[in-house]
Design a protein around this ligand. Structure first.
Ligand code: HEM
Length: 163
């Protein structure tokens, strides 16, 4: 199909695409909360606070779908690379770091749910610092690093197949 591109390549293209869309939806959504809604809420608390809860509960469903899609497609991408025998040591190390950060992000989602933590609540002192670590800010921060590591993986992989 389409010249040299095999059916398997097309399937992997769809998997990669779904992985990237899931990542964009999750990190983009968190960035919207952290960088748009939060400052607007600070400036107009009475206007924004009543709608944060309903927004959050719908956003939660988007996160669920995205996280499930990211995990399934991420594992498929990983096994596809592993069976190809082209993955270098550097690739494995970067993937290991990316996976560790991804697991931290999954843990943050799980932690939000368990503690019924409300990242929109005003907090002070130690709790403020803790909520930074477990809130949307941390999610956006880790997500941006994971995106960077994904690009590094691609460059490492492409340079190892061209050698
Ligand atoms: C179960 C966890 C995950 C696994 C096993 C995984 C695995 C992978 C693998 C193997 C690749 C291909 C790397 C290459 O080109 O050599 C990849 C690409 C990528 N990953 Fe993940 N990943 C996971 C979670 C995440 C998360 C949490 C994000 C961001 C929120 C993310 C964002 C990306 C992006 C943006 C790409 C690039 C896609 C592209 O090339 O178009 N991944 N991932």
């Amino acid at each position: 199909m389409f010249g040299d591109i095999s059916v398997n390549d097309w399937i992997m293209l769809i998997v990669r695409w779904a992985h990237a869309i899931g990542a964009v939806a999750w990190i983009g959504g968190s960035a919207f909360f952290a960088l748009v809604l939060r400052p607007v809420e600070r400036a107009n608390p009475n206007l924004v606070r009543p709608i944060l809860r309903p927004l959050g509960s719908v956003y939660r469903e988007l996160v669920d779908i995205s996280v499930i899609a990211i995990i399934i497609t991420g594992l498929i991408l990983m096994f596809d690379r592993l069976t190809g025998n082209d993955a270098s040591t550097a690739w494995f190390i970067v993937l290991g770091v990316k996976l560790a950060l991804a697991i931290w992000m999954f843990y943050l989602v799980w932690h939000f749910r368990q503690s019924d933590f409300d990242p929109t609540e005003q907090s002070t002192g130690l709790t403020a610092r803790l909520s930074w670590l477990i809130g949307y800010n941390a999610m956006v921060f880790l997500g941006v690093i994971v995106f960077f590591l994904a690009s590094v993986l691609r460059v490492l992989f492409e340079s190892s197949i061209s050698n």
